[in-house]
Structures are given as C-alpha cells and as structure tokens.
Design a protein around this ligand. Structure first.
Ligand SMILES: *[C@@H]1O[C@H](CO)[C@@H](O)[C@H](O)[C@H]1NC(C)=O
Ligand SMILES: *[C@@H]1O[C@H](CO)[C@@H](O)[C@H](O)[C@H]1NC(C)=O
Ligand SMILES: *[C@@H]1O[C@H](CO)[C@@H](O)[C@H](O)[C@H]1NC(C)=O
Ligand SMILES: *[C@@H]1O[C@H](CO)[C@@H](O)[C@H](O)[C@H]1NC(C)=O
Ligand SMILES: *[C@@H]1O[C@H](CO)[C@@H](O)[C@H](O)[C@H]1NC(C)=O
Ligand SMILES: *[C@@H]1O[C@H](CO)[C@@H](O)[C@H](O)[C@H]1NC(C)=O
Ligand SMILES: *[C@@H]1O[C@H](CO)[C@@H](O)[C@H](O)[C@H]1NC(C)=O
Ligand SMILES: *[C@@H]1O[C@H](CO)[C@@H](O)[C@H](O)[C@H]1NC(C)=O
Ligand SMILES: *[C@@H]1O[C@H](CO)[C@@H](O)[C@H](O)[C@H]1NC(C)=O
Ligand SMILES: *[C@@H]1O[C@H](CO)[C@@H](O)[C@H](O)[C@H]1NC(C)=O
Ligand SMILES: *[C@@H]1O[C@H](CO)[C@@H](O)[C@H](O)[C@H]1NC(C)=O
Ligand SMILES: *[C@@H]1O[C@H](CO)[C@@H](O)[C@H](O)[C@H]1NC(C)=O
Length: 814
C-alpha cells in the first residue's frame, strides 16, 4: 500500500515535471503546439495558446495574462476564423510564418513574405509581445513579425498607435464584436495622420471622440494623461513613423487599455494583490467628449450646468434651436472678418481649451508664435493659430483653416488658442504674450540645478582636501558641513559591522559609530545598488545641511568616495517611534502626555519644512520609523532623501517615480503621482492615528470588518464611539475629550481629497486648541460598505492589506 502511494507520488512528480517542460517561452520550426499546449513568457506574465472567449465554445489562438486569475485576452490571431473543436495545430514554418491549421486546413497565418528567415523561432515576451525572429538575432528591435504590430482591441505598454509612414502599416485597435466573439467590430481607435495628428475613436467612418492633438506634453483633450509615477507617455513623429505609446514605470501595476464595442475606451489597472480589474479611466467619458456637440465656434462647458456656449464674439446661428439645447448648428460671428480689407483682422486669445479638430491644419515646427501670427493673418482662410508644442516658451506653429469645431473649456489644464476676429473685436497687436508659468518653472529649475551643483561640489572639493583622519574644518564660503574620510567613518562604525547596524532606511542602511572624541554618530550608507544614487544624495546633503530645527535630525557631515556615499547624523539614543508604539511591551513606556508631545513635535518639524524653512520642502516619506527620538524622547524627523525643493509659489508637482511607503501615501500620490504638502499632511494624519491607537495602519486587522486603521477610525467616528480607538494599555491619565480631539485632527489630515486636508499651520492651531475643528469627510482608501458614494466597493473582496484598498481608490468618482 505504502509502495503504491509512493509510486503514485513518483508518477505525479514525473507528470508534473513533464507539464512544466511544456511551458516554454519559445518554439522552433521542428516543434508544434496543439490545443492545450501553450507558451509562457520567461517571467510568467503572459501565455500564448488556445482559448475560448466568454460563453463561446469555439477555439481561438491568442495571448492572455498568465498571472491573473480572470481570463483576460489581450491579443487574438484567428479573430474571424474560429476552430470548432480542439484539433487546431500551430506550427512555425521555415520561412518564419506562424501557421494555424485544423486537419491540415489553413485557418490563419502570419504574413511576412518579404523578410528572410534563418532558423526562425517564435518567442513570447514578458511584454505580451509574440515575436518571430531568426534564432541568432540578438537585437530585440529586429524581428520577422510581432503581434504588437497587429493589435486586437487592447493596447499594452510598449505598443504603438499610429502609422509606419514607409510601409503604410497602421497600428490601430479594433473592438471585438462582443465579449464572446473577437471578430472585428466597427469601433476603431486610430491615430489620424493629419498634419497635426490626433487619436480618434471611430465608429465605422464616423468620428465618435477625439483626443485633441499632442502638444508636447499630452493630448490637448486629455490633460490628465501626463507623465506621472506610474505611466510615461510618449509621442514620436519622424520621417519613418508617427505613433503614440506609453510605458509602465512601476512593476506593481498591470495596465491595459481596451476599446469596447460600445465605443468607449476603457483603461483598467490591476495592482499587486488585487482580485479583479479596476476601471481607471474611460473616454469618451464626459458630456463634452461627444464629438462636435457644440457645432462650429461652440465651446462645450461643464460647470454646474453643462452645455454649449458660443465663443465670445459669436452668437448662435439658430437662436431657437440653441435655446432648445440643439447646438449642432453652431455659432456665427457677430462682426464679419474683413481679411486684408481696410481694417485688418486681429486675434483674440482664448484660454484653457481643448483645441479644435485638426483635420484642416497646417503645421510648421520650426517657427515660433509671433511668426505664426503673421503667417495666419496673411492668409484669409486661416481661422486660428497656436503653438504646436507647449513646452518651452511656445514653439512651433499650427494654423487652422475652415470652421473651428469640437472645442471644450477646461477648468484647469487646456491650451491657449488665438482665434481670428474682426479688427474691432481683437486685441491690440502688441498684446505680447508672456508665458509666465514656463518662466517660473525654468527659473525654479535653474535655482534647484544651481543648488544641486553647488552642493555636489561642496562634497567633492572637500573630499579632495580631506585629510586621512577626520577634519571638521570649515572653508570660508561653503555651507558649514564637514566631510569625513571614508576609512575614518568605516573605522568608527567597526567596518560597518552588522552589530552596529541600526536599521534600514530609504536607499541604504544606518549604522552606529563612535568618533575618537566619544561622540556618537549615526551613519547612513547609501546602497550602491539603490539606483537612486548621486541625485538623491546631493539633494539630501544640500537640504539637510540647511535645515536646522529641534524637530529635525541634524546632519553632521558627509563623505563621498567613488561609489561609497555616507551621511553622518547626530545619534538618536531612543531609536524611532515605531520601536515604541508598535511593541507589545515598550508601548507602555509612552504615556498620553508624551504621545501628545510627540505629535506636537512632529507637527512643528513638518510645519518648519513646509513653511518656515527658506525652501518649501515636502518630505514624501513621513512614517513612524522616520520619526527618531532623542534622549528626552523628543521627536526628530529624519530621512529627507525623497524631499524635493520647490519655489514657494509652486505647491504641486508630479514625479516620475513612486517613492514612499504604503500605508502612509495618500491616494492621489499612489494613483496619479501628484504630491503636495497635503501628501505629507496625510502621512502625518496616519501617524497621529497610529500613535493614538498603537496600531499600524498597514497591518491593521479587525475580526469584525476588513477596514484598515483609517477606515476603522472613521467608522468609530461616525458611530460616535471614537475613544474605542485609543491604545487601552496606556495609562489612563488622559482626558477622553483630549484624545477625541487628536483623533479628530488625525481624521481631518487623512481625508480623501487633498483640498479638504488642513495645512500644517492649521494643524498646529488645531493641536493648540486655537482653532475650531471642522467635521472630517471620509478618509482616503476608505472601503467601507456602508458608504453611498462608492457602490462598487461592496462587491469587491477586500483584504486587510492596503494594496487592495488602494485599487478601490482608482475608481474615479464622478
Ligand atoms: C524550450 O524551447 C527551446 C527552443 O525550442 C528548447 O531549446 C528548450 O529545450 C525548451 N525547453 C524546455 C524546458 O522544453
Ligand atoms: C469542424 O469544422 C471542420 C472544417 O470546417 C468540419 O469538417 C467539421 O465537420 C466540423 N466539426 C464539427 C463538430 O462541427
Ligand atoms: C509558410 O507559410 C506561409 C503562409 O502560409 C506560406 O505562404 C509559405 O509558403 C510557407 N512556407 C513554407 C516553406 O512552407
Ligand atoms: C498577406 O500580404 C499580402 C500582400 O502583402 C496580402 O495581399 C494578403 O491579403 C495578406 N494576407 C493576410 C492574411 O493578411
Ligand atoms: C464592453 O462593455 C460592456 C459594458 O461595460 C461590457 O459588458 C462588455 O463585456 C465589454 N466588452 C468587451 C469586449 O470587453
Ligand atoms: C514621459 O515619459 C516617457 C517615458 O518614460 C519619456 O520618454 C518622455 O520623454 C516623457 N515625456 C516628458 C514630456 O517628460
Ligand atoms: C470582476 O469585475 C467585473 C466587472 O465589475 C465583474 O463583472 C466580474 O464578475 C468580476 N469578476 C470576479 C471574478 O470577481
Ligand atoms: C460656467 O462657466 C462659464 C464659462 O466659464 C461661466 O460664464 C458661467 O458663469 C459658469 N456658470 C456657473 C454656474 O459657474
Ligand atoms: C492659405 O492657406 C490655404 C490652405 O493651406 C492654401 O491653400 C492657400 O494657398 C493659402 N493662401 C495664401 C494666399 O497663402
Ligand atoms: C591627523 O590629525 C592630527 C591632529 O589634527 C594631525 O596632527 C595629524 O597630522 C593628522 N594625520 C594625518 C595623517 O594627516
Ligand atoms: C581605528 O580605530 C581604532 C580604535 O578606535 C584605533 O585604535 C585606530 O587607530 C583606528 N585606525 C585608523 C586608521 O584610524
Ligand atoms: C531614552 O534614552 C535615554 C538616554 O539613552 C535613556 O536614559 C532613557 O531611558 C531612554 N528612554 C526610554 C523610554 O527608553
């Protein structure tokens, strides 16, 4: 009996190992794939093989996500020629063509007759691209055929939308007929190659939606699709190709954009740990996205009442129709143009627009706005002009001929457009434009650049002068920041011995050291592999050297030697806040009075960073482990590696990398990569609630529900029993109303909408009882079932970890 079960086990192992050997990422000419066999990309992300979509019984060949439990097909080969049973065979023939047959009957094949094949192989890549190439070919760009050139309904990161000008080949998405039938429907998403290209969603030959042209940063009608921490967008236009593409900058997000047979383009994301796709964006989405809704010279507006308005200087062509909300006839000029007549025409600049349809445009990237104006003025059929690239001071020139249609007004974002008007209605000619934001931005960049460069040289020069033992010498003009010799610090930390290690911070490890004079130091050794090398280092050195506040950790010096970079800080004998508040015994050492003091200290340190220091600094990685405690248990904020400096008039920015710690990052940062002082306020609020409750937001678990700490606090708050949040093992010295006030302040700081959160000066006033507390709104990442504004939340299976909670917030309200 035992022997038998042993044999069964052996057989099982053999069979399963056989199965594994079938899962290969490539196939050559000698091999073939029957139904049930598949290729799996190296990293296990995608699978290529036979499948049946939806309720269909028919067999198709395609590519889907291997690591996502819900079958999600991203590409189909035999879209319109399904196989009726499981007898299909895929082979690669010697000319490098992939061929699908059923009982020797040709069902589908690739078509690369023009390229020479030598030992071709077909490989499924982790990008989801199925590539046929010559076996010896090492250049990933060179292939005989690739599925990315023949998109189905899904745009994956790295795919192109547009056209190869040389071959005329078009990269476009085509919707499925329906979820059970991948044969091509009549909805397309294409890049139209007018002079000034834009993306269209077409139904047959009819335009349903247009993105607006690419203006150097984004599509004019999609101002929110800009580079951020998660997505990098790119528009390429050269003599060979013209296309739009985007890339994913983080590997914890999976993304796909799908054109649906309903004519809507959906963008879905899947975060690590999710159980289903979350719809992130869709377009057309708003009323004003309907193509040409407002007719010629009509402007679509969404504020309290959505509808069309004639541009200033124009009136409805048919006032009756207009009054009954039929805007299709558009608007006409109040005063006719005279063109080159007695009174020369002029221009009026309209701001914040999605620029009109570019079907009839003329583009010259080499001339500037002023020349553009002259050119437009001199051609009577030119109706408007604008710069084609909004980066910089206004480069490039695009001119519109004929009626201007499909414009809309944006409250934020949107572009300027100069529209031709009769002399009496136009602006004086010398209405020179000042592109103020650009000037401000470039000035800031210049200042920051200069600061970075100077701080770099501070360290560099000092290294060159550094003596082999340690010097705290001050050069006359430099910031008061000594450099240390690497070997000296190495010695002080016992060769960075493991026993001296205090912890692991952002970008590196922290060690304790003792200088010969007995002074204790903390040394941050930046990891060589962190990838965020010199830039962050310089940034941190420069910032911290300038910041002096009793609630900020003091930087004593730095050291750079080849790829070794060290920061030397004052030593904090009582470690960090998390060491106490989350520990089952140590948390009792922190009584309420001390906790309140600590909260106050963090608030003062943060206020200093945000407002009182000369530079406005956003920490971006505020958390309990970054709040260190000195010998008197005073809190000091540490780890400014992620801080960024801003001019004081700039309060929001986008970043290309998500950095920070889950559980402390606000929704708008996780999702859109936008951070502001309000991101730090959010993190501060999380810390406050953690200090009061003694629980970690990220690992919070309650047997009665699946909310995180913020959700739990919020629920207790609306159920009017907030004191149940407090850490009950702490002394009972505190008066409940005090604790409730701190919870209240914490909840105000973690509100979902950044604009609802108070700034740190208000927080300081709240803490001191000098300002009346407003009622808080729902916190970020709240996934409670009871809330009416998010009906979708309830259907989702929510885990205790914040990843899942995050994905909910990707659902955009509206
Ligand atoms: C995968 O395919 C390649 C090329 O066809 C072959 O050399 C290799 O042995 C295969 N690996 C497995 C595990 O089957
Ligand atoms: C499937 O299709 C093949 C070829 O088109 C045909 O010969 C066969 O009879 C079909 N089988 C079934 C079960 O419909
Ligand atoms: C390979 O397949 C393609 C498409 O079916 C066909 O045109 C070509 O003749 C085939 N080549 C060989 C050598 O079989
Ligand atoms: C293959 O290419 C030829 C010429 O380029 C074209 O006529 C034919 O329709 C193509 N076949 C398929 C299946 O795309
Ligand atoms: C298109 O959208 C509808 C409604 O949202 C959905 O039911 C359908 O499954 C989608 N079609 C595809 C092919 O995903
Ligand atoms: C946006 O990101 C992409 C990819 O990372 C990059 O190629 C492109 O230059 C970026 N665009 C801008 C305007 O920064
Ligand atoms: C995933 O979400 C879709 C749309 O909300 C829903 O129709 C589907 O049933 C969900 N699938 C699972 C496995 O939860
Ligand atoms: C809506 O916007 C238009 C144009 O910006 C403005 O004239 C109008 O007053 C706004 N209406 C409301 C209710 O805000
Ligand atoms: C004005 O522009 C149109 C469209 O590009 C062109 O056909 C016409 O020749 C131009 N007229 C003059 C006078 O340049
Ligand atoms: C080390 O420092 C001492 C005291 O400042 C100095 O006398 C000595 O020359 C230094 N050693 C070296 C090798 O520079
Ligand atoms: C290293 O430290 C030890 C003990 O602190 C000291 O004796 C020794 O001289 C130091 N070596 C150097 C090169 O500074
Ligand atoms: C904090 O550090 C000081 C000095 O090392 C020590 O005397 C004190 O006991 C520490 N406090 C706690 C709560 O551990």
């Amino acid at each position: 009996m035992k022997f038998l079960s042993f044999m069964i086990m052996v057989a099982y192992i053999l069979v399963s190992s056989l199965r594994i050997s079938i899962a290969n990422d490539s196939m050559n000419v000698l091999q073939s794939m029957s139904d049930g066999v598949s290729l799996v990309s190296k990293g296990g992300k995608f699978e290529f093989g036979f499948f049946s979509p939806g309720y269909s019984q028919k067999r198709y060949v395609g590519i889907w996500y291997k690591n996502i439990p819900i079958q999600t097909v991203v590409w189909v080969a035999n879209k319109a020629n399904p196989i009726n049973d499981s007898s299909g065979i895929i082979t690669l023939n010697s000319t490098g063509n992939l061929v699908l047959t059923q009982n020797a009957y040709l069902v589908w094949y690739t078509n690369n007759s023009h390229k020479q094949a030598q030992n071709p192989v077909v490989v499924l890549l982790d990008s989801g691209n199925l590539v046929i190439k010559n076996e010896e070919e090492t250049d990933p760009e060179v292939c005989l055929w690739q599925s990315f050139d023949y998109p189905s309904d899904t745009l994956l990161p790295g795919m192109k939308l547009g056209r190869n000008i040389r071959t005329g080949h078009e990269w476009k998405l085509t919707s499925w007929e329906n979820p059970n039938d991948p044969s091509p429907g009549d909805i397309y998403r294409v890049l139209e190659l007018y002079n000034y290209p834009e993306l269209y969603v077409m139904k047959g030959k009819k335009k349903v939606y247009r993105s607006g042209p690419w203006n150097g940063l984004y599509f004019s009608g999609l101002p929110y699709l800009q580079n951020n921490t998660i997505f990098g967008y790119n528009f390429v236009s050269n003599k060979d190709e013209i296309y739009f593409t985007f890339s994913l900058l983080n590997n914890f997000v999976i993304e796909r954009t799908v054109v649906n047979q309903t004519g809507i383009v959906y963008r879905y994301v899947w975060l690590e740990g999710d159980h289903n796709w979350t719809m992130h964006r869709s377009y057309p989405k708003e009323f004003c996205d309907n193509y040409g809704l407002c007719g010629a010279y009509g402007n679509c507006i969404i504020n309290q009442t959505q509808g069309c308005q004639c541009l200033k200087g124009f009136s409805p062509k048919s006032p009756q129709a207009w009054a009954s909300s039929d805007w299709s006839q558009g608007c006409v000029r109040n005063k006719p143009l005279s063109c080159n007549g007695e009174h020369k025409d002029g221009f009026v600049k309209f701001e914040g627009l999605k620029v009109p349809d570019t079907t009839q445009t003329w583009l010259d990237k080499t001339i500037g706005l002023e020349e553009c104006r002259v050119k437009c003025l001199n051609n009577c059929s030119c109706m408007a002009y604008s710069n084609s690239d909004i980066r910089g001071a206004g480069s490039g020139c695009v001119m519109w001929y004929g009626d201007l249609i499909d414009m809309r007004q944006f409250e934020t974002g949107g572009q300027g457009l100069h529209i031709r008007m009769s002399a009496s209605e136009s602006e004086p000619e010398d209405g020179h434009e000042r592109n103020t934001p650009t000037i401000v931005a470039s000035t800031i960049a210049a200042i920051c650049g200069a600061l970075l460069i100077s701080s770099y040289f501070i360290c560099r020069n000092r290294r060159n002068n550094a003596v082999t033992n340690y010097s705290k010498d001050k050069s006359e003009k430099d910031i008061d920041l000594p450099t240390f010799d690497f070997s000296f610090i190495s010695n002080a930390t016992n060769d960075f011995s493991q026993s001296e290690k205090l912890g692991q911070g952002g970008f590196g490890s922290v060690y304790k050291g003792i200088l010969p004079d007995g002074q204790e130091i903390a040394v941050k050794r930046l990891s060589k592999t962190s990838g965020q090398g010199l830039d962050e280092f310089k940034n941190e050195v420069m910032l911290i050297a300038k910041l002096q506040h009793r609630n900020l950790v003091k930087l004593l010096g730095c050291s750079i030697q080849q790829d070794e970079k060290l920061l030397i800080y004052e030593f904090m004998p009582n470690r960090s806040l998390d060491y106490f508040i989350f520990d089952s015994t140590r948390h009792t050492l922190l009584g309420w009075t001390k906790r309140f003091e600590i909260i106050g200290g963090i608030a003062r340190g943060l206020l200093y960073l945000h407002q009182d220091s000369r530079l406005k600094i956003i920490h971006r990685d505020l958390k309990t482990s970054n709040v260190l405690l000195d010998s008197n248990m005073n809190p000091k904020i540490s780890d400014f590696g992620m801080a960024r400096t801003f001019g004081l008039d700039q309060d929001e920015a986008n970043t290309n990398r998500v950095m920070g710690t889950y559980g402390y990052m606000p929704p708008e940062y996780v999702v859109h990569g936008s951070f502001s002082v309000k991101s730090d306020v959010f993190s501060f609020g999380v810390i406050v609630l953690e200090i009061i409750s003694g629980k970690k937001n990220r690992a919070f678990y309650d047997p009665h529900h699946h909310l995180n700490l913020l959700g739990h606090a919020w629920r207790l708050w609306i159920e009017k029993r907030p004191t149940e949040l407090m850490d009950d093992l702490v002394d009972n010295s505190a008066c409940p109303s005090e604790i409730i006030r701190y919870i209240h302040i914490g909840l105000l700081c973690v509100q979902q909408r950044p604009e609802d959160r108070p700034n740190m000066s208000s927080v300081t006033l709240f803490l001191n009882g000098e300002k009346l507390l407003p009622e808080p709104n729902q916190p970020g990442f709240y996934t409670g079932k009871a809330h009416p504004t998010k009906p979708n939340s309830s259907s989702r299976n929510i885990d205790v970890y914040s990843f899942n909670e995050m994905s909910n917030s990707l659902l955009e309200p509206r």
